[in-house]
Design a binder for this molecule. Structure first.
Ligand code: FE
Length: 203
């Protein structure tokens, strides 16, 4: 049993980003909330990526990727496009026009206010996630729209669970709904990869 209240972790503030990468043949993108500046001299960025994501494999192999900084204007469809399916079986860029290409991967043409192209200089296996320490290859501010935060996504973008008679459980992290009477103990959210402990019954 944990000897602490892990709900305290929900008090950490995060932004939301789309990471884009390529393996030379395919493009992929994923939603990520764990991007931060790790040092100022030299300027280094720390990005932690769940190993279950195909993008993680691409970054491990290619060592380069882009951070697309989402704005508050990003609609739920962006999160659906990049967060609710896997690049292993879908082409997330099929209908997407790129603003430009960096590191062989697209920079989004919409709903971002900046991009940062990164090259991995160090990585650390953290268990569920890989932590990548990266140097900046290129970066640009595209506009001054406010950045999307995790808190803004939860309060303004994520659809509210519908009041239905459906039985199920909702992921407190991302809003994914599992339909059924019993949530298996080993259930992992297909979207945010959090476990059953982060689900609560639908009202
Ligand atoms: Fe989730």
């Amino acid at each position: 049993m944990k000897q602490y209240d892990s709900k305290a972790l929900f008090k950490l503030g995060y932004g939301l980003y789309v990471l884009t990468a390529s393996d030379g043949l395919r493009l992929n993108g994923m939603i990520c909330n764990t991007v931060s500046q790790a040092a100022s001299s030299p300027e280094l960025i720390a990005v932690s990526v769940n190993k279950a994501n195909y993008t993680c494999e691409m970054i491990l192999n290619g060592g380069k990727f882009n951070v697309n900084c989402l704005t508050e204007e990003a609609p739920f469809s962006v999160f659906r496009q990049f967060g609710f399916c896997s690049g292993r079986d879908t082409d997330k860029f099929a209908d997407e026009k790129a603003f430009c290409t960096k590191n062989g991967a697209p920079v989004l043409s919409k709903y971002i206010n900046a991009f940062i192209s990164l090259e991995v200089v160090n990585s650390l296996d953290l268990g569920s996630h890989m932590l990548f320490i990266c140097k900046i290859e290129d970066a640009a501010v595209l506009n001054d729209k406010p950045s999307m935060t995790y808190a803004y996504y939860h309060s303004r973008v994520k659809p509210k669970p519908e009041k239905t008679r459906k039985k199920g459980f909702v992921c407190k992290i991302c809003g994914y709904i599992y339909e059924g009477d019993v949530l298996p103990d080993d259930f992992i959210c297909p979207i945010c990869k959090h476990g059953a402990a982060d689900f609560e019954p639908l009202e």
